[in-house]
Design a protein around this ligand. Structure first.
Ligand code: GDP
Ligand code: ZN
Length: 449
């Protein structure tokens, strides 16, 4: 990446809004030694904590706290960075920030510190994204995985693949100069074997990244079925508290209710829906329309069935309307009333569970089935937090490699597919990223990051 031009000085409150023991104002730019001297009233030794009085332009005391100076390029952003730690009240922080603006800084945009770190080659794009993911992590497993990405585990895997891809490209492009012998040459160099090995490694990285993406995005599990089969009861049993209203009056859940739970550290959005039945009640009809909307976005559907009734004509209607791509589990509820054994089975190519939401029977089986069905490997060890953008890039790279394997005898096409595969992979670490992609990624950060 080319060295970036000198940038203006930016400042923001880096700590969360509200009251806290300590609050931090962060400043990044050039010539911050002087700004530090003015603000703290004394020269700041690099990477030392100085206890200082922060004063306004007319010498009035704003706060007393610590000032830290990190001269570029050995700082988070690669520029001069100044951190002012004061008392974490919103008014004090605002006054301190305003003072920095008076001294020539401007207010930072969301994610601008991290963006500068990226532009100054302190982090690649996947690492920069993991900064935001670490802050947003919804579980310990997600936090550990984000940290792994931040430390470069994911980028490292991608770099290894890109390097091998470059070697293969050099091989293929070298033969373009000798059209008579190209195919023999490629065979002798085992170009196809190398291609297959790359594809295999890519699949492995995809698997790990997909686990990471599960930790980040969570799964959307929708509960559907006729009124009164026990959807809300199951939702409550999974969530461990009464989040949905349970009654024996059919049609009680008229809207979709969502609950975020953690299974094994994997976030699951459980969506309880209105019972699906023919109705003239307008409110209930709206609830039913929302149910279908939730189904459209779900990753997994649990169709609840009353064990005493078995699958009815009506259930078959519902099943027929589910999108083909949507994995589903048939859950026979209320086995406490029929005396059937709880458990898990495979019938006609889909999972079948027997349980009782009300009596709390068979819930562990259900949880295990959910985790299996979303492809959770059972542990976050070695998993790095990935985003849908990364998965998409890996998928594109894999599909170019697959095409490459088909056209390898047409060396020019072969070379072109390899080039496209490399571009797709490189977009993960941001080597060839368009400005609008960067804008989109960094604008989702919080201010001060
Ligand atoms: P929904 O309309 O599908 O959401 O069903 P609810 O969860 O509101 O439950 C309807 C009725 O069935 C309530 O009276 C529940 O207490 C009852 N129920 C739900 N699950 C079970 C179960 O496993 N066993 C028994 N005996 N009753 C259940
Ligand atoms: Zn309900």
């Amino acid at each position: 990446m080319t060295q970036s031009p000198r940038r203006d000085t930016i400042a923001a409150i880096a700590t969360a809004p509200g009251r806290g023991g300590v609050g931090v104002v962060r400043i990044s730019g050039t010539g911050l030694a002087e700004l530090g001297l003015t603000l703290a009233g004394k020269p700041l030794k690099p990477r030392h904590a100085h206890y200082a009085d922060f004063r306004s332009s007319d010498g009035e005391l704003i706060d007393q706290g610590l000032a830290l100076f990190f001269p570029g390029p050995h700082s988070f952003t690669g520029e001069d960075v100044l951190e002012l730690q004061g008392h974490g009240g919103p008014v004090v922080m605002q006054m301190l920030l305003r003072r920095c603006l008076e001294l020539g800084a401007r207010l930072a945009e969301p994610g601008e510190f991290t963006r500068r770190a990226f532009l100054n080659d302190k982090l690649d794009l996947a690492q920069a994204e993991s900064v935001a993911d670490l802050i947003d992590a919804g579980s310990e497993a997600a936090a550990r995985s984000a940290l792994r990405s931040l430390a470069g585990a994911f980028s490292g895997e991608i770099h290894t693949l890109v390097e091998q891809l470059i070697n293969l490209r050099m091989l293929v492009e070298a033969t373009l100069d000798f059209p008579e012998e190209d195919i023999d040459f490629l065979e002798a160099a085992d170009a196809r074997g190398k291609l297959a090995s790359l594809h295999g490694q890519l699949q492995k990285v995809f698997g790990t990244a997909r686990q990471g993406s599960l930790l980040r995005e969570g799964m959307h599990v929708v509960l559907i079925g006729q009124p009164n089969v026990g959807k809300s009861s199951l939702m409550n049993a999974l969530a461990g508290e009464d989040v949905a209203i349970v009654t024996d009056i059919a049609g009680t859940t008229r809207d979709t209710v969502r609950e975020l739970i953690q299974l094994d550290g994997v976030p699951m959005h459980i969506i309880d829906t209105a019972g699906l039945r023919q109705t003239d009640d307008t409110v209930e009809q709206i609830g039913i329309a929302r149910t279908w909307a939730a189904v459209e976005k779900a990753d997994l559907a649990l169709l609840l069935i009353d064990s005493r009734e078995g699958i009815t004509e009506h259930d078959r209607d519902i099943l027929g309307r589910l999108p083909e791509r949507l994995p589903r589990v048939h859950v026979f509820n209320k086995v406490d009333l029929t005396g059937e054994a709880v458990g898990h089975a495979e019938e006609d190519g889909h999972a079948v569970l027997r349980l009782s939401a009300k009596a709390g029977l068979g819930l562990d089986e259900l949880k295990r089935t959910l985790l299996d069905m979303v492809g959770w490997g059972g542990t976050d060890a070695g998993v790095f937090l990935a985003r849908e953008r990364h998965l998409d890039a890996i998928r594109r790279a894999a599909s170019h490699l697959e095409t490459a394997a088909l056209v390898w005898q047409q060396v020019e096409l072969f070379a072109e597919e390899l080039r496209l595969a490399q571009n797709a992979l490189a977009s993960i670490t941001g080597e060839f990223s368009a400005d609008d992609l960067l804008g989109e990624i960094f604008s989702r950060f919080c201010i001060g990051k």
